[in-house]
Design a protein around this ligand. Sequence first.
Ligand code: BGC
Length: 285
Amino acid sequence: MSDSKQEQYPGVVMPKCEPLKILKNQKALVTGANSGIGKAVAIALGEAGADVVVNYRSGEDSAQEVVDKIKQFGSKAIAHQADVSQEDQVGTMFKQMIQEFGTIDILVNNAGLQQDAPFDQMTLQQWNTVINVNLTGQFLCAREAVREFKRRGVVSEVSNAAGKIICMSSVHEVIPWAGHVNYAASKGGVMLMMKSIAQEVGPYRIRVNSIAPGAIRTPINTEAWSTPEAYDSLMQLVPYKRIGEPEDIGRAAVWLASDLSDYVNGTSLFVDGGMTLYPGFATGG
Ligand code: BGC
């Protein structure tokens, strides 16, 4: 692994080996894949051998950059513009993906946003926008994916499973978050949606899991890490004492999408440096 690659993962010592192509012949769709966590996940899946649809809502150039990067690994990639909260746009996206790639094996339900406000000032529009994208968007995409997984079934040369869904949740599926009630409610909803779908479609050999990231260095939370003061205050919440990098989530997604995690179903994988360990109790209680 080159030094420049090492530099991409501050604070993380990467194993010195070629990435395994453990997702070879698999077709993946990553929503909200032109920035932040979605971008890192799309690139990691492509590096692991999957062909990837890079969904974005706005920002065609950045989506194209992700596509170009994935192609460098020898995988196929296409960008597709769609708002995941719109049923017709989601339907068209899946139709086009199946036309282009033949099927779908992996859905990463990543697209999400925050619209923060003190509770008594939160508008219905802020509430609806966050629920529509973060929760309804995941429902719409998961439903299309399950339809295709059930239609096609297991293809044993490709994967033990008929399909895998990874929902991007958050530590806020369990940690209440003042000033972010709409966001926390959406992620709490994602948790039980994910588990209920997993219970229902497990018999079809479809695996459904979540990744629950903590504080990851992305545009969604720039305020929380971009000044030394903010970073220090954030570290009070992270026992492992470093911010997460998008690549930390990319690697978790590759594992959850692969047969290495074949017996993992209906679970949330917390990738949070220990944020959910009640860090306040390290000295108190
Ligand atoms: C939020 C970030 C936040 C992190 C930890 C994420 O789900 O999107 O803004 O920094 O949780 O609180």
